[in-house]
Design a protein around this ligand. Structure first.
Ligand code: 6PG
Length: 246
């Protein structure tokens, strides 16, 4: 399974392309009478995409009632904390679009991490209804990338405390010690579509390491993302892609 690499001159153009992709994919699901189960990325990069989605041409054309929002990971903080991935999405996207409460499946960062990993896994399983022993399957997972090769809150060399279903885990951000709840590699790789959204010069080396399959990147969690029966895309701006050309 090879990754599709898509490079755009500016982050703004990349964000528009991702928004159009969401418009197309969610229309397909809605026309088929299906929900569209979307996993939002954390961190700052996706903000540009969320802001584009609130433009009238998307706000009015996407059947938002069929889109269910999940998160790839969350910091173990309250939902109004400045670090909260939920808060960023709420402020830039969910409130503006008046997304239905039942369509928002946030990770409760304020709860006990171990208990929340179990609870969130149950919420995911109850919503996606996988066959027994099957891994729950999302329609589209958006991911960011850290300069150390992490994605979601899967950090290199950091042991995970997985919930018994193997759907969620408790992780620790290695520099800050901040606890995180994250989807596991297993769930991310089960998705129908996984898209990394990466911009900026600071990510150029790690992007090149991963996409050129350099030896040091082999243990990067982001390098372990290869959906078995899904598509893998890298949406990059020219800065993040600049070392790919070398
Ligand atoms: C998080 C994210 C994390 C993020 C990368 C990139 O909760 O922080 O899940 O994996 O996507 O650290 O973050 P930026 O987009 O802010 O560079």
């Amino acid at each position: 399974m090879t990754a599709e690499i898509k490079i755009y001159p500016q982050p703004a153009k990349l964000a528009e392309v991702v928004a159009v992709e969401l418009q197309k994919a969610s229309k397909q699901a809605n026309d088929a009478g299906r929900r569209f189960n979307l996993v939002l990325a954390g961190g700052g990069t996706p903000r540009a995409v969320y802001q584009v989605l609130t433009r009238p041409e998307f706000r009015k054309s996407i059947a938002w009632d069929c889109v269910h929002f999940f998160w790839g990971d969350e910091r173990c903080v309250s939902p109004d904390h400045e670090d909260s991935n939920f808060r960023m999405a709420k402020e830039t996207l969910l409130d503006t679009l008046a997304i239905l409460e039942e369509n928002i499946h946030r990770i409760r960062g304020e709860s006990d991490p171990t208990a929340e990993a179990t609870r969130y896994a149950e919420e995911i399983i109850n919503h996606l209804k996988p066959q027994p022993e099957e891994t729950p399957r999302f329609d589209w997972v958006l991911l960011g990338l850290g300069t150390d090769g992490h994605t979601a809150s899967l950090f290199p060399g950091v042991e995970l405390i997985e919930d018994r279903s193997g759907v969620c885990a408790v992780a620790v951000q290695p520099q800050s010690g901040q606890k995180r709840i994250t989807l596991t590699n297993r769930v991310l790789n089960q998705a129908r579509r996984v898209s990394f959204i990466v911009t900026g010069k600071s990510k150029a080396q790690v992007v090149a390491d991963i996409l050129n399959e350099s030896p040091e990147s082999q243990n990067y969690p982001a390098a372990q993302i290869h959906p078995q029966q899904g598509t893998l895309e890298w949406f990059l701006d020219e800065e993040a892609a600049e070392k790919l050309k070398e």
